[in-house]
Write a new protein. Sequence first.
Lengths: 251, 399
Amino acid sequence: MLEVKNLHVKLAEEDRTILNGLTLDVKAGEVHAIMGPNGSGKSTLSYVLAGREGYEVTGGEVKFRGEDLLAMEPDQRAAKGLFLAFQYPIEIPGVATMQFLKVALNAQRKARGEKELTTPEFMRLVKDRASKLDIPQDMLKRAVNVGFSGGEKKRAEILQMAVLEPSLCILDETDSGLDIDALRVVADGVNALRSPERAMVVITHYQRLLDYIVPDYVHVLSQGRIVKSGGKELALELEAKGYAEFAKEAA
Amino acid sequence: MNIAVNKTPAELAYDGMLLPHPRLEDWKWTNLRVLIDRPYPPRLKVEAQTKDVERLLKRDPLAKIAHARIVFVNGVFDKASSNLPAGGAVRVTPHLAPLAAADEPVLEMNKAFADDGVHVEITSNIDAPVELVHVATDAEARTIATRHKITVADGAAATLFETHLGEGDYLTNSVIDVALGAGAKLDRVKLEIESREAIHLAHARITLGANAVLRDFTLTSGARVNRQNGTIAFTGEKADAKIAGSYLLSGRQHADTRLLVDHQMPKCTSREVFKCVMDERARGIFQGKVVVQRDAQKTDGKQSSHGLLLSETAEFDAKPELEIYADDVVCGHGATSGDIDHNHLFYLRSRGVPEAEAKSMLIVAFVAEAFETIGHEGVRDQLTHFAEQWLVSHKDAAP
């Protein structure tokens, strides 16, 4: 599904290397957790995969479903099945949530050569997904993320994911800013989307989220590369020892 | 008022009438002596083909919404394509009352050259919108001047559209005088979608009686050069005016709005909201002045103008002015200019929305605050659709 090989990335405007030889292989049906301290390059990885500007790839390659991901525009990546749940979802005043989601879904379907959904078909789909995530209808009537609480923003991200049905979900610090009840709702939403055809990359600072979204593999990211990989028990080990200790040991 | 200089070819075609010199403060951003770069002789009679008129009338986005249409073709009232309002609530009569001497170039030009116009009298409430349509057909470059008068009787309410569109090279000079009686209400929507070769010069003079309510919106998108003057005067207490506008400009289009809101009486409210979008090398200008006279206590006047620049070569200039002679007032103004928020754009694109469509969504979101002034929902939808299509349509049209 996703093959990252020896990826080197620097900031476009600054001479600062963020990713320094990162390699990752994610297959369909797998859930990978990437853990690391602040500044280890977690968010950069998610942004580079989604195609945000401001980064320069200086080496390595990324293949997504067999194609060169880095050559695609952000909207092409989305149509191909990549979805990034943002750590800080963007507020867009004046753009209605429902209209935005409908345009996005139909643009993706069009790009894939599928039939676009009619408004009633779309409304049914969103209502179904929203009820499973405890999202009230009035939230959908507001502008994209505007006036949403931290928890609502994260739930709205998962709703978008559930509607767009991507094949690769990248969750960037989805647990940040959530209390335990909200975390459970979000995790249930994510778990409901687990399937043999879909892969997930869960980026997190804390082990807590992984109690709810149990990964198949855990990777430790430090100074722009993966320094250790293992099963889900690695997360607990990491939590007990702390990142500093761990980075030393790995180096 | 004009500064003596050698006459330009356009001025010679105007029997030597002088165009405003850019050293005049109001005209410093719009140098008509340079922008009107060829002669536009006045009073040129042009015969229009029916099929051309029909084609142009169909292009008007408001065509299906207006119940009554008063059509001017090349500056002359065209009874055949008009659909005059039925019933007694609206009276339409020819209007060419002499224009009093006015120390303003657009008015002076109109006084000299306007050949036709109507007086639309609204005597009671009407639900059905009335449209004044101005169509110019493709012919020799010329000046087309019209002058209209709108009166809304005390307590009456109406929705009025004013549309300007055409083909080929011409110069429109449009003057409209609007008087709202006590407690009258008017929703006015002006749509400037002239030919891309055209020049559009306009002056609207609006007075509001006591407790009158005005909602005024202008969309400016067609002409290569546009200059619109507006004067809004409160002549009675407790009147309320919202004046909004949007530009959607590309190429080398130039649009300049000069608005004067004159609070002469106490307890009136004015809001100005201009949301202007400029792409490529287009230039948008907004000059808004709010005057609060000595007697106009308890005035509430606010003005805002915002530019959205879609390219590094686009430009937006704003000159907000407040002139306050009363001491118990609330007035303010704000002006900003910036480009598209790249975080917004990335977020939309990361969900699969292609770049042009994502930009169009953000353009519509940007202008929404001005479009909200349009009271008629059907018109708001039509013009929102126009704004949605605008970016893609001008990119497609570019060579």
